[in-house]
Design a protein around this ligand. Structure first.
Ligand code: SAM
Length: 193
């Protein structure tokens, strides 16, 4: 059975819920990164509520979301310079127009894909990022996502792990030279639950 991602988003509307709190943490770290027009990628973007309200005029962003209803909501909320693609975020292809990005969001991705895909995705992120590009990611529960970023040339800028919630939010900046963009690279596939 495929998960109902539309319904999953309902928790955002519940004040004080884990997802509502997570959103504030993500936005809190995103805001200073969007202090001027940026090139932005959001993988598995949902309805884009984390990034779209914060995006400065003049930015260019690509949001990729498989669910057509969520993608349309993102499109309806998007301003100029934002492309919302309804499709598979799990290859490098949809990012060709915006890479190298200065900010990349991978929120709600690593908890839904196999470990090997997480490893491969993080190893590929330097090919989607500009020098010093920053990734904001989330993951429920403990994992070795942080270590994987460290192994791939990223510095940890922040890691938020509330004692009373399962969500984790990480912020990692690329501290080595980026890799060249390559099309057609498979990053991940969601596990159906
Ligand atoms: C956990 S939600 C996170 C949504 C959003 N990033 C957020 O944090 O609010 C995962 C999202 O990934 C989408 N999704 C699943 N597989 C995908 C794929 N292969 N390509 C693009 N989106 C996908 C789902 O439809 C869902 O909206």
């Amino acid at each position: 059975m495929t998960r109902d991602w539309l319904r999953w988003h309902d928790e955002y509307e519940v004040p004080g819920s884990s997802l509502a709190r997570r959103l504030e943490v993500v936005r809190g770290h995103l805001r200073p990164l969007l202090d001027r027009p940026r090139r932005v990628i959001s993988m598995c973007a949902g309805d884009g509520r984390d990034v779209l309200p914060l995006l400065p005029d003049g930015s260019r962003a690509v949001l990729v979301e498989a669910d057509p209803v969520l993608a349309q909501r993102a499109r309806d909320a998007a301003g100029d310079g934002v492309t919302v693609l309804t499709g598979d975020a799990g290859t490098t292809d949809p990012y060709a127009a915006v890479a190298p990005a200065e900010v990349l969001l991978a929120c709600g991705v690593f908890g839904n894909i196999p470990y090997e895909d997480t490893r491969r995705t993080i190893a590929s992120l330097p090919s989607l990022l500009a020098p010093g590009g920053t990734v904001i990611w989330t993951r429920a529960g403990d994992s070795d996502v942080r270590e994987l970023f460290g192994l791939n040339g990223f510095d940890e800028l922040a890691f938020v792990a509330p004692a009373d919630a399962r969500f984790r939010v990480g912020v990692h900046r690329l501290s080595r030279e980026p890799d060249p963009y390559a099309s057609g690279v498979r990053l991940f596939r969601f596990v159906d639950v």
